[in-house]
Design a protein around this ligand. Structure first.
Ligand code: MN
Length: 193
């Protein structure tokens, strides 16, 4: 039992062993459990069976932070062509009470922005139809979008990209991949008068 959780270990290590695999499964389980602050244990009786227990800490969710009231009830336009990013951004905002509408390309973004007048726009740059820089410029050209926060969230992270986004009218700039905390701070900053 002492060897069970060691990597590359199988109890039957003969060449004609009965079970396939590299002997990593339980080592990974233990490592992941420990990284979460928990652990894994085993009890076993010959001829009767084995019981594995996985323990993970559970914490009370933190009190609503100052961000929840800031995001709750606001309308967000998420301009993003990648379905995975659409979903993760949308989930993050909805979990804090935001209302989310997604535009999957540049022309849809313009249409939805004009129709919805969102409180904040999250703008991807690499998009089908019109790119996010052009969408940002066209929105800024309309008086009703002079002050709407436009937060660029992009994989473009070359020198000069941030300046190009700001020159097009972006309020703030965040590169992918981002930590959710970084996004929340940027939202807080953009929505605080
Ligand atoms: Mn994109």
């Amino acid at each position: 039992m002492g060897r069970l959780f060691q990597p590359f270990t199988q109890i039957d290590s003969s060449l004609a062993r009965q079970y396939a695999g590299t002997g990593l499964g339980l080592a990974l389980v233990r490592r992941l459990a420990e990284l979460h602050g928990g652990g894994v244990a085993v009890e076993s009786a010959p001829g009767r069976g084995s019981r594995f227990s996985l323990t993970l800490p559970w914490r009370e969710p933190p009190e609503a932070g100052p961000l929840e009231p800031l995001l709750a009830g606001r309308t967000f336009l998420v301009v993003e062509d990648n379905p995975v990013n659409q979903r993760s951004l949308g989930d993050m905002l909805r979990a804090r009470g935001g209302q989310v509408v997604v535009a999957a390309d540049g022309s849809q973004a313009l249409e939805l922005a004009v129709a919805l007048r969102p409180d904040l726009i999250l703008m991807d740059i690499l998009l089908p139809e019109l790119d996010g820089l052009e969408v940002t410029r066209r929105l800024r050209a309309r008086p009703e979008f002079a002050r709407t926060p436009i937060l660029v969230v992009t994989a473009l992270a070359l020198p000069g990209d941030q300046e190009r986004c700001r020159a097009a009218g972006a309020t703030a700039y965040l590169t992918k991949p981002f930590a959710s905390r970084a996004l929340l701070l940027a939202l807080e900053h953009a929505l605080t008068p």
